[in-house]
Write a protein that binds this ligand. Structure first.
Ligand SMILES: NC(=O)C1=CN([C@@H]2O[C@H](COP(=O)(O)OP(=O)(O)OC[C@H]3O[C@@H](n4cnc5c(N)ncnc54)[C@H](O)[C@@H]3O)[C@@H](O)[C@H]2O)C=CC1
Ligand SMILES: O=C(O)C1=N[C@H](C(=O)O)C[C@H](O)C1
Length: 270
């Protein structure tokens, strides 16, 4: 049995992950924790994650669960995931991080910490989106500079970061495929007399509303034709199942910073 600790267990992702871990025959829900001021700290996890997970009290820090687990799964926020990664690296425990909103410096810090433990860090753990990363890079290369690239992401009203981590990664893989620098090419908002669209721009636009789980569209617009490629998540289960798959995989890896494409065998090099 692989023993799993779940961070942010009262959250949308953490609660579903805890439930699926508790239901899995090869996994044990070894620990759950929340931020120290969360009202459910000390309560049975059943109050956050339903019946299957019942029987464990929600701890108030990663330090309380590290010793009894083999892998930590963390979908909280960029800041707390980095803090938890520091603790996991010090204790020699592999980690799976699904949080988004990391800065470039945060990612460098994560890579340095992952020199001590294996860590999967990915903005989207669904199979479909990880295939999409490859498909859009191929499409961008084949279509070349005559097609304008625009990315639109749509999420629920509660999402805190923008654009989504997935939209940023889509923009990055397309920028790499087209030999563009995303820092210079990325256009994150438009308003007023903006003039003609720069040829090398990569637009990244954000919509927020209701309970939309997550949608990403990449538009390649040429003169006289266009291609639109859309991924729609129907529920959070694909992300959660991906996190469990990543946990099983990461437990057997040497130290290093991996992403979901490594887990799925889409990418082999670090
Ligand atoms: N990689 C992927 O496939 C996916 C990534 N995400 C990302 O996962 C993150 C969480 O998303 P949601 O579950 O929707 O958010 P949420 O707000 O529902 O849940 C986050 C939980 O983390 C807890 N938390 C905050 N600081 C903490 C700390 N220091 N220690 C322990 N727990 C802490 C919060 O109290 C909250 O319960 C976001 O960054 C989101 O973008 C979301 C869905 C899929
Ligand atoms: O916050 C969310 O909900 C999601 N976040 C991820 C992101 O920022 O890309 C992935 C998914 O689309 C849901």
């Amino acid at each position: 049995m692989l023993r799993i600790a779940v961070a942010g267990v009262a959250g949308r992702m953490g609660s579903r992950i805890a439930q699926l871990v508790a239901e899995a025959e090869d996994l044990e829900l070894a620990g759950v924790f929340e931020r120290p001021d969360h009202p459910l700290v000390g309560k049975d996890v059943r109050e956050a994650a339903g019946g299957a997970a019942a029987g464990r009290a929600i701890a108030s820090s990663i330090g309380e669960v590290l010793e009894g687990c083999d892998v930590v799964i963390d979908f909280t926020s960029a800041r707390s995931s980095l803090e938890n990664l520091e603790a996991a690296a010090a204790a020699g425990r592999p980690m799976v991080i699904g949080s988004t909103g990391f800065s470039r410096d945060d990612l460098s810090r994560a890579a340095a910490l992952a020199a001590r433990i294996p860590c999967v860090l990915a903005p989207n753990m669904s199979v479909g989106v990880n295939v999409l990363f490859k498909v859009v890079a191929d499409a961008a290369r084949l279509l070349g500079t005559d097609f304008d690239v625009e990315i639109v992401e749509t999420h629920h009203r509660f999402k805190k970061d923008a654009p989504s981590g997935t939209a940023l990664k889509l923009a990055q893989v397309i920028a790499e495929a087209l030999n563009r620098d995303l820092e210079a090419a990325g256009v994150f908002s438009r308003h007023g007399m903006i003039g003609e669209r720069p040829k090398d721009a990569i637009g990244i636009q954000t919509l927020r509303g209701g309970d939309i789980v997550g949608e990403h569209t990449v538009l390649f617009a040429g003169m006289g034709e266009r291609i639109e490629i859309t991924h729609r998540a129907h529920s959070r289960d694909n992300f959660a199942r991906g996190a469990l798959q990543a946990a099983r995989w990461v437990a057997a890896q040497p130290p290093g910073l991996y992403d979901m494409q490594h887990v799925l065998g889409i990418k082999t090099r670090l």
